[in-house]
Design a protein around this ligand. Structure first.
Ligand code: FAD
Ligand code: FES
Length: 373
């Protein structure tokens, strides 16, 4: 390790250790008893046991706020308005909360503890989010590091969602992992098949949830899925959809395109789908998407490889997906017609694509995305 990193890492490690000790001592020394969580001006009033983070306290009452990191304070998804006094903002909250959000009393629900009566405001739509018991059905390798996993919903036995939305997968304890964790995964299945949820899961080396999915999970295992969450979905406008994905970012687009095709929805909308990968071993669903392009006149598929080897015999676009997108936006996708951007994948890819899209005249307000971070 570079010597310059030792000091900051030691300080960060010590702060995290101190926070853990304080939290453990707090739990041991203080009994907060029963406190009330009042939601949306009294529409719901929940007597709960005090002392736990708001996110988990609400989940214990079957009210689920969005969360992509499972409560670690690293995604910023669990925002809610807290109108009563819960103390100053914590250093773990401030990176995710803007000045404007401070003025609206927005907090991170996984970071604030319920120690006394608390008043919060959340969107009514969150009341319809459910916890599903599901069993692992068919599992397929799409590439060396992406699996397509189908879950059969058992209780409740069907899910109502919009293509583009995600669920939280609760991964059980395994091996050295002593606590269940939750992570967000976009659904690649369609609402027309409500008894099943399909996810595309890319292995993150050392990642808790993805290691379980790739190395431990077996057909028949029972898990919990919570959802649906998110507002990444097709907008009902006449604009051309310019969609870009990399890796498992394919998932929400598979759901959107299959649903649009099955129901012939948004009939005036033309669709361009750019999918970027490094080499053919990272490419998947190629035959399916090329077939879809042949059968569905308003759908255009542009797969691109950034580092194909000559022996791979690749006959598609070559280059970084941002360059391929740029050349198509400036030459082939008419600027005379309104266009909107849909992006899904790593934060780096999304930020780079937003730059290309805005440079080519797409209004930033018409660019929608889900960052897999
Ligand atoms: C809205 C939303 C939808 C998502 N949908 C999908 C999906 O459909 N398919 C999918 O595969 N993933 C998806 N993700 C990402 C997913 O939620 C997890 O973050 C990811 O699978 C890693 O989880 P893990 O527990 O294995 O890794 P962790 O144990 O959380 O992380 C281990 C280490 O890897 C790093 N890391 C975490 N994620 C990544 C990453 N993606 N690439 C590189 N390093 C990483 C972390 O910083 C950490 O150092 C989505 C995320 C969001 C926010
Ligand atoms: S759940 Fe991720 S920051 Fe709160």
């Amino acid at each position: 390790m570079h010597p310059i990193l030792v000091g900051p890492l030691a300080t960060a490690g010590f702060s995290a250790f101190l926070a853990l000790v304080i939290s453990l001592l707090d739990g041991k020394l203080n009994d907060y008893g029963t406190v009330n969580v009042t939601i949306n001006g009294g529409k719901k009033k929940l007597p709960v046991r005090g002392g736990s983070p708001l996110l988990g306290t609400l989940a214990g009452e079957e009210i689920f706020l969005p969360s992509a990191c499972g409560g670690r304070g690293s995604c910023g998804a669990c925002k809610c308005v807290v109108t009563s006094d819960v103390g100053p903002y914590l250093p773990t909250e401030t990176p995710y909360i803007s000045a404007e959000e401070v003025s609206r009393k927005i907090r991170l629900a996984c970071q604030i503890k319920v120690k006394k009566d608390i008043e919060i405001e959340i969107p009514e739509s969150l009341f319809s989010i459910k916890r599903f018991e599901a069993s692992v059905g068919r599992v397929r390798d799409l590439t060396y590091d992406i699996k397509e996993v189908r879950f059969d919903l058992r209780n409740p036995s069907s899910i109502d969602f919009m293509p583009g939305q995600y669920v939280q997968l609760a991964v059980p304890k395994y091996g050295d992992i002593t606590e269940s964790v939750q992570r967000a995964y976009s659904m690649s299945s369609v609402p027309g098949d409500p008894g099943n949820v399909e996810l595309l899961v890319r292995l993150v080396p050392g990642g808790i949830a993805t290691t379980w999915v790739h190395k431990f999970m077996k057909t028949g295992d029972v898990v919990q899925l919570i959802g649906p969450f998110g507002d990444f979905q097709v907008h009902d406008t006449p604009s051309t959809m310019v969609c870009v994905a990399g890796g498992s970012g394919m998932a929400p687009f598979k759901s959107m395109f299959n649903d649009m095709r099955a129901r012939d929805s948004f009939p005036g909308k033309e669709i361009w789908f750019f999918f970027g990968a490094r080499s053919t071993r990272d490419m998947f669903y190629l035959d399916e998407l090329r077939k879809l392009e042949k059968e569905w006149p308003r759908f255009h598929f542009v797969p691109a490889l950034s580092e194909p080897k000559p022996e791979e015999g690749w006959n598609g676009e070559i280059g970084l997906i941002t360059n391929v997108l740029d050349s198509h936006l400036s030459a082939k996708i008419s600027a005379g017609k309104p266009r909107e951007g849909y992006l899904c994948g790593s934060p780096g890819m999304i930020d780079a694509c937003i730059k290309v899209m805005t440079k080519n005249g797409i209004d930033p307000r018409d660019i929608f995305y889900d960052k897999f971070a």
